[in-house]
Design a protein around this ligand. Sequence first.
Ligand code: AMP
Length: 216
Amino acid sequence: MAERNLVLLGPPGAGKGTQAKELAARLEIPHISTGDMLRDAVREGSPLGQRVKAVMEAGELVSDDLMTGIVRGRLAKPDCARGFILDGYPRNLAQAGILEGVLSELGRGPVRALELEVADDVLVGRLSSRRSCPSCGAVFNLVSSPPKSPGVCDKCGSGLVQREDDKEGVVRERLRVYHEKTAPLSDHFRRKGLLRTVPGSDEPARVLAALVKAIG
Ligand code: AMP
């Protein structure tokens, strides 16, 4: 079967993480979330984690150089040989070019991009009611998918927290950064005939069905 090298685009809060996990399970390819990788590094207090913590908490982007090492190392692993779904990378036009270079270095095919489209006011509401498990990474939403017992992770029983960068002021900064730096990627992939856009405000099962159809 051909490689499935997929990039999931869309603003913070569009549901990329949720959808990428489902798609990865269906297609039997790894879900690579650069945000999750960075949050793991922060939790572990590794040198990388110490370097990126403040940048992440302010809702800004980590430097392209740091990201290149992380992404190159991950894509070179054998589990990516049949494809992957990247969630959170690329985040700007420079990273899109770097990704192309890394894939060609690795002798891999091009990516296809899937974009989730959601209006900003919906995103602010979604992100500020998001709660995350600091131990296992599970994500809940106080409105649409609350935990069974308030404040407690269904999966591992740890106390849920609000990510620093899900607080309203930081959410607005992340959306600003998204519109300035990340949104131009849609045009980049569209011009190459590599973009499919799917409405992301529907319930998750319908969004997933639309993504599966778009992948073909
Ligand atoms: P996310 O979970 O994808 O929203 O990412 C959380 C934060 O991690 C972002 O706000 C950035 O600070 C950082 N981050 C994740 N992916 C990247 C990337 N590709 N380039 C730069 N920073 C990133």
